[in-house]
Design a protein around this ligand. Structure first.
Ligand code: C5P
Length: 421
């Protein structure tokens, strides 16, 4: 899942589990966070306890579960104020319409709401409720107020609901929730946002590696991308202080330090993971996404039948993730960067690709035979922007990643200066 720097101090999450059928996903989220090295302490509301038990949360979090505002033992061991202050991040998942309303109103009639009113830590809520409750003006207005007060929100997702209806209201999946939590935890504290962390407070999305497109349960179509360049870019952006989500296809590479990694296999999964990682200030699409997938992937292994011709493999077009992220709209990152692997007329073809895909910058590299770019350690890049083409010297992929991260930091600095003038 996500990388946690080995020598990092332990990060702590206080997870409030409120009522709703989606509470079961909180269990898997606790497991994934523990796996990523995060300490998790749980508060279970009365509603939450209708769906999951304190015992399951306790076993997975390896910690006591708190559920009673008036428990004398809890108060003597740790008061609710203390509970709310000991975490680096307070997460409410699932966040019911009821708890969101109570948070908005500043109510404190149980342990969870008391903790939420008393905390001085960042709060992330993952709403989950019936689609009509979600769409109700009261819920939407509560959410708006909470966001204005600095509360982060992830989800809900759209899909079939336990109540039989369809629409937005499903709790985000545990993997996406875990990635969002890790992103928040890895965010540089404002105090350390010094000159060498120019991207502190910025969110970055990076895609990396190949995709695997299944033919049947055992075979797939892949490509030779190693993921080295994309992983190096994620690491370089994190080193400059950005909160980075790396959405990666299958690679042999270790997770870069301080980066939330979401592992996927197919282009469709990569697209969904990218959407879930928004909003972001910058997106860098370095993945070698397969252009096609097998249209009707079989549920069973295709059999070789003597005397019969090989099976036909009709293909369907995959989504273009870079183009999707570049499309104008409220969730478009301010800066979208793509790659262009070309074998001839590199700058010319890349400039054409920049216009066609609608992205801001293209890093064009020469992948012609003998260039050694695919899978190799070095890269020779030409940066294509609205201003023109800028050839960079041949350098290692790590150096190229650092150069790009610096360039991105400079871009945001200049944009902030322009906005201030
Ligand atoms: O069109 P082409 O594959 O050459 O474009 C390369 C760029 O587009 C890369 O940045 C790659 O990550 C991105 N891309 C994508 N989704 C696709 C195909 C390419 O994001 N389906």
């Amino acid at each position: 899942m996500a990388a946690v720097p080995a020598a990092d101090i332990e990060r702590r999450v206080l997870l409030i589990v409120s009522g709703g059928i989606a509470a079961y996903k909180a269990l898997e989220t606790v497991r994934l966070l523990r796996k990523a090295g995060v300490a998790v302490r749980c508060v279970l509301t009365r509603g939450g306890a209708q769906f999951v038990t304190a015992l399951s949360l306790q076993a997975l979090s390896e910690d006591k579960v708190y559920d009673d505002l008036w428990s004398l033992t809890d108060e003597s061991e740790m008061g609710h104020i203390e509970l709310s202050r000991q975490a680096d991040l307070v997460v409410v998942a699932p966040a019911s319409a009821d708890i969101l309303a109570k948070m908005t109103a500043g109510m404190a009639d149980d342990l969870a709401t008391t903790v939420l009113l008393a905390t001085d830590k960042p709060v992330l809520v993952a709403p989950a409720m019936n689609v009509r409750m979600w769409e109700h003006a009261a819920t939407q207005s509560n959410l708006e107020t909470l966001v204005r007060r600095g509360v982060s929100v992830i989800g809900p997702n759209e899909g079939p609901m336990a109540c039989g209806e369809y629409g937005p209201g499903r709790l985000v999946e545990p993997e996406a929730l875990t990635a969002a939590v890790l992103r928040r935890l890895n965010a540089a504290p404002a105090a350390s946002a010094g000159a060498d962390r120019p991207l502190a407070g910025r969110r970055a999305l990076v895609t990396s590696g190949p995709t695997h497109e299944p033919i049947d349960p055992v075979r797939y179509i892949a490509n030779r991308s190693s993921g080295r360049q994309g992983h190096a870019i994620a690491a370089a952006l994190a080193a400059l202080g950005a909160e980075v989500t790396l959405v990666s296809g299958p690679t042999q590479l270790p997770d870069p330090a301080g980066v939330a990694v979401v592992r996927i296999e197919t282009a469709a999964q990569m697209e969904a993971a990218c959407r879930a990682a928004l909003p972001a200030d910058v997106a860098v699409c370095a993945a070698a996404v397969a252009d096609w997938r097998v249209a009707d992937r079989g549920a069973h292994k295709l059999k070789k039948r003597p005397g019969e011709p090989p099976p036909p493999l009709p293909l369907a077009e995959n989504p273009d993730i870079l183009m999707g992220l570049s499309a104008p709209g409220p969730s478009r990152p301010a800066l979208v960067v793509g790659f262009a692997a070309e074998t001839e007329k590199v700058a010319e073809h890349a400039a054409e690709k920049r216009a066609r895909k609608g992205c801001d910058w293209i890093l064009a590299n020469d992948v012609s035979e003998g260039s050694g770019t695919f899978g190799g350690a070095d890269n020779e890049i030409t940066l294509i922007t609205a201003e023109g083409a800028e050839p960079w010297p041949r350098q290692t992929k790590a150096q190229a990643a650092e150069a790009l991260a610096r360039r991105i930091a400079d871009h945001f600095k200049a944009a902030a200066r322009d906005a201030a003038e």
